[in-house]
Design a protein around this ligand. Structure first.
Ligand code: ATP
Length: 216
């Protein structure tokens, strides 16, 4: 599995949101996106998900060009901004509703994913009564429950306490070891460097720098 981004530029209302991005990402790695507020991290993630199309350039996912040969990557799970969960449903019921769209996983798979994030699948508490951290973990669960090959997580740990950060870090490393291609953004430099094999720094929509973490 690979993602090759070639000369990707996106203009919105004459404003350059992403500029000449060139990236090559492969399975079995965690890639970190670092950058200030408004630098383009979320937009780049949206581009890889097929949610925005380029003004010029392309994204090739395993031989298919996004927006031409495929509308969306075939096997992707993403947490970008706040997912649209239903307030009046429990966490489990929300995930079940999402899972019914593709119908490729069982109730047990959903429960197992929740348990891997230390969320109780039998908890009847409604989503609106979930804490911020629980909501964030449910968003991560929604992104990974169908075991996608590509996992995109925009700031997955920003609302989590220390224990939950540890749980999510261990989970992401085990997913990477299972051969997943993972792209994350995070404002905590130390956590991002701990998790990532490679970091890309983005500034005003351009990749300004990248470095291999184990080379530091
Ligand atoms: N729907 C939109 N229409 C036009 N411009 C947008 C839209 N969404 C975001 N932008 C602009 O695109 C640029 C990149 O925004 P983006 O959300 O990717 O930043 P970010 O790096 O994820 O920031 P943050 O760290 O605050 O999440 C910003 O200048 C932003 O104002």
């Amino acid at each position: 599995m690979y993602i090759k981004i070639k000369n990707y530029t996106k203009l919105i209302e004459h404003k350059q949101i992403l500029h000449d991005i060139n990236l090559s990402l492969e399975s079995g790695h965690i890639y970190g996106l670092k950058g200030k507020n408004g630098s383009g991290k979320t937009m780049l993630m949206r581009a890889i998900c097929g949610l925005i199309l380029p003004t010029s350039g392309e994204i090739n996912i395993n031989g298919d060009i996004l927006g031409t040969q495929i509308s969306f990557p075939k096997s992707i799970g993403a947490l970008i901004e706040s997912p649209g969960f239903i307030d009046a449903y429990s966490g489990f019921k929300n995930l079940k509703l999402l899972a019914e769209i593709k119908n490729i996983i069982s109730a047990q798979d959903i429960a197992d994913t929740m348990l891997s994030l230390r969320l109780d699948p039998y908890d009847k508490k409604k989503f609106k009564k979930y804490s911020l951290g629980m909501k964030q973990k449910l968003g991560i669960a929604a992104a990974i429950m169908e075991k996608p090959d590509i996992i995109i997580l925009d700031e997955p740990i920003n609302a989590l306490d220390e224990e939950s950060v540890q749980i999510v870090k261990e989970l992401l490393i085990s997913l990477k070891n299972d051969g997943k291609l993972i792209l994350i953004s995070c404002h905590d430099k130390d956590e991002l460097e701990f998790l990532s094999d490679q970091i890309y720094e983005i500034e005003s929509g351009e990749i300004k720098n990248f470095y291999k973490v184990d080379a530091i």
